[in-house]
Design a protein around this ligand. Structure first.
Ligand code: ARG
Length: 495
């Protein structure tokens, strides 16, 4: 095996017991810098904390530690400026960065940093650090989207629309209520991230390859410097487990599904037949052949990308299934799945939020459609219940009214007094029957649904206030940086 060199041409982190270097085929298969280089900043932060731990353990003198930190600062600068990047021969980001460090600090000093750590505990720590930072970015974007939906709900005021079940007209609801129904799942996605963060907030650094380290290194201080409040309780679990990566991946997939369901709604509302909503020109696309077309591509891409987000989760879970409980190289496959999910969401959410914020509802059309399709039939039944009719009969009587209207091609409010009198005759006096008209308005129908969580304007105002306060609470998580005393999110990663 080629020796480690400081001339920057080649470095292997292993090889002492090998007669030859890796075959080109193996090298090509093994290489991961094309995707794991984005962990470089976290790796250097880890190295800094690790160097201090070596110093505290007496394995680096004060002077060596100072020179090591200077070298790591220089390495960070070279990485930031692009002056230092992986070369073809670097197996992974850790290999590349050690090569870089040796170039700056020299073999003698640079060669000391690797003591007491393994790429197994390093990589397990780095993916946690990286995901924790991006979870905040995604949380912020989701809260932004939720706030945008709330603004639309407030703009909608008391506008009513057809509420549907099975896609059929069911009961009128406030447009605001329907929009808010998409806010809550998104807020739960952020809650999930915040809750997940409590579990992933443990540093595997110091676990070594699997059994811990013999050098008297104190992982607690390293954890603090890397923004973790504690250390993983078991070094095997620390290096082998990826359930927390998978849990993040589930949240990302679920977020995709939530966006997809809202997308589907917007796509349907935007059809000529529905014509409930108009998308802004800046957030829709045209057709290369049909000049009249204006397409809801953002919603369609969101719907499509949800499939990809689910695929990432499925792939990751499949990789983990059946692995022995300690590091195995299979675990290298954890990263691309979540990198792809994060990239997908971080590019999707701003566009999606723009589309939602600029779409314009046709309130008149929504109002006109709201009561049609016998959407007030439940109101008739419940009015009868309030007048002492058992619900089983009330349901039938209301159904009889629907039948008359349907046979005549009319709506419920078109029935005559005589119709109501004759349908209700076994239960209500004739003078009472026509009073059912008092509930045959969408406004009456909507206002009557005034139990908590219902669609009455009062209750919707109440839920908007509740959602806003949930957003405020979740902002504490979204704005938190998983920062210990020393670890700062590199600016380049936050742009
Ligand atoms: N590149 C590896 C990964 O991403 C790092 C750990 C490699 N460890 C090893 N013993 N080969 O998982």
């Amino acid at each position: 095996m080629t020796e480690s060199t400081t001339n920057g041409e080649h470095l292997a982190l292993w090889g002492g017991r090998f007669k030859s270097g890796p075959s080109p085929e193996l090298a090509r298969l093994s290489k991961s810098t094309q995707f794991d280089w984005r962990l470089a900043d976290d790796d250097i932060a880890g190295s800094r904390a690790h160097a201090r731990a070596l110093g505290r353990a007496g394995l680096l003198t004060a002077d060596e530690l100072q020179r090591m930190e200077d070298a790591l600062d220089e390495l960070q600068r070279r990485v930031d400026s692009g002056a230092f990047t992986p070369i073809e021969d670097d197996e992974d980001e850790a290999t590349a960065l050690e090569r870089g460090l040796l170039q700056i600090a020299g073999d003698e000093l640079g060669g000391k940093l690797r003591a007491g750590r393994s790429r197994n505990d390093q990589i397990a720590a780095l993916i946690r650090m990286w995901l924790r930072r991006h979870s905040r970015i995604i949380a912020k974007m989701l809260l932004g989207l939720a706030s945008t939906l709330i603004e639309q709900a407030e703009k909608a005021g008391r506008t009513v629309m057809p509420g549907r079940t099975h896609m059929q007209h069911a009961q009128p609801v406030l447009l605001a209520h329907q929009l808010m129904a998409h806010v809550w799942p998104l807020l739960r996605d952020v809650e999930r991230l915040s809750d997940w963060d409590k579990r992933i907030d443990a540093s595997p650094y110091g676990s070594g390859a699997l059994a811990g380290n013999t050098l008297g290194l104190e992982p607690v201080a390293v954890a603090r410097e890397l923004g973790f409040s504690k250390v993983t309780a078991n070094s095997i679990d620390g290096t082998a487990s990826r359930d927390l990566v998978a849990e993040f991946s589930f949240i990302a997939a679920m977020t995709g599904v939530d966006l997809s369901r809202l997308s589907e709604e917007i796509i349907i509302w935007n059809t000529q037949e529905f014509a409930f909503v108009r998308l802004d020109d800046a957030y829709s696309t045209g057709s290369s052949i049909m000049p009249q077309k204006k397409n809801p591509d953002i919603a369609e891409l969101a719907r499509g990308k949800s499939g990809r987000l689910i695929g990432d989760l499925t792939g990751l879970l499949t990789t983990l299934k059946g692995l022995p409980t300690a590091y195995a190289r299979d675990l290298q496959e954890d990263k691309e799945a979540v990198f792809d999910q994060v990239d997908t969401l971080e590019v999707l959410l701003p566009a999606f939020t723009g589309m939602v914020g600029t779409m314009v509802f046709d309130k008149e059309r929504l109002e006109a459609e709201a009561p049609t399709g016998f959407a007030l039939a439940t109101d008739i039944a419940e009015w009868l219940v309030k007048n002492g009719v058992p619900f089983r009969h009330a349901h039938e009587l209301s159904g009889a009214c629907v039948k008359i209207a349907e046979d005549r091609g009319q709506e419920l409010w078109d029935l005559t007094d005589e119709n109501f009198i004759s349908v209700f005759k076994d239960f209500l006096p004739a003078e009472k029957a026509p009073q059912v008209r008092e509930v045959l308005s969408t406004e009456g129908s909507v206002s009557a649904r005034n139990g908590k969580g219902g669609t009455s304007p009062l209750r919707v105002r109440e839920q908007i206030a509740a959602a806003k306060s949930t957003i405020e609470q979740l902002r504490t998580f979204a704005n938190s940086i998983s920062d210990g005393p020393a670890y700062k999110t590199p600016e380049s990663l936050l742009k």
